[in-house]
Design a protein around this ligand. Sequence first.
Ligand SMILES: [Fe+2]
Ligand SMILES: [Fe+2]
Length: 330
Amino acid sequence: MRLPAPRGPVTTVLFERLTRPPHPFDPPSLGVEDDEDLQLALFTCYELHYQGFEEVDDAWEWEPSLLAVRRTLERRFEKWLARAVPPPTAGEPERVCRALTDLVAEAEGPPLAAFLERKAGPDQFREFVVHRSIYHLKEADPHTWALPRLCGRAKAALAEIQADEYGGGRRERMHSELFRATMRGLDLDDSYGAYLDRVPAITLATVNLMSLFGLHRARRGALLGHLAVFEMTSSLPNLRYGRGLRRLGGDATACRFYDEHVLADAVHEQIAAHDMCGGLAATEPALTGDILYGAACALTLDRLFAEHVLDRWTRGTTSLREASLAVGSP
Ligand SMILES: [Fe+2]
Ligand SMILES: [Fe+2]
């Protein structure tokens, strides 16, 4: 993947630095908050821990002055989250599974999945897939950071879920590979990060949230709560996405990503809530509140994402950033 186009003063300074050999630098001043600039800057800092960028030296990953910038960006993001996500009522560790179920049941959001199932046109479905590609092409990676930080029942449960996400040892069954087939079926570029320039701040925020929780051991409870919500809110929406894609002429190969999740996540949600989160709360009861907070953050950001997309479509405009601003546009 190549560095995206900057979206403001912070990414302008950051990207100019990153194309040079690693060196200490003074942090860019973060003035007026611009979500596009801040979320892209944070996404770029995090990406150095995943696949990186062609023109950025790998050694930047642990350059202390860059890590200081990342921490400042994370604090901004954490403050924003604190305003957007009311902390759920603290629950008993032994009832964490029930508390997760209640949070999911109480969550409200606009009917994006139903719209994609019944009404979306082909261009809208392609837009949806472009948004989701930022995560699905690295599907499961952010939650894998938790594995070495867990033990016992929670670790075994997470390993079981991740093994499925990574295709059980078969490349063609990896969920990221299944998603590539969906993209190709829609005549989209399936290369990693191809649409980074097209997705808005809210889409980047949904992925940055996972990296924030994943890269900080202290947030392991929130990371597992986040994954539990992902799994618990997956089966029915994926059934709808698959129906929507078939309605638009998608073949079995293009729909397989969605079909696979209908079945797999019906199982994963049980493992995630009972064994993974239940197991962590049993061994580390002090993390119960953080598990629920991570779950609430996942639900809130998913709602804000759906509101953004449906709002733009209702107004007859694109939910993506304008192609003219982009490099590597479809
Ligand atoms: Fe998956
Ligand atoms: Fe899953």
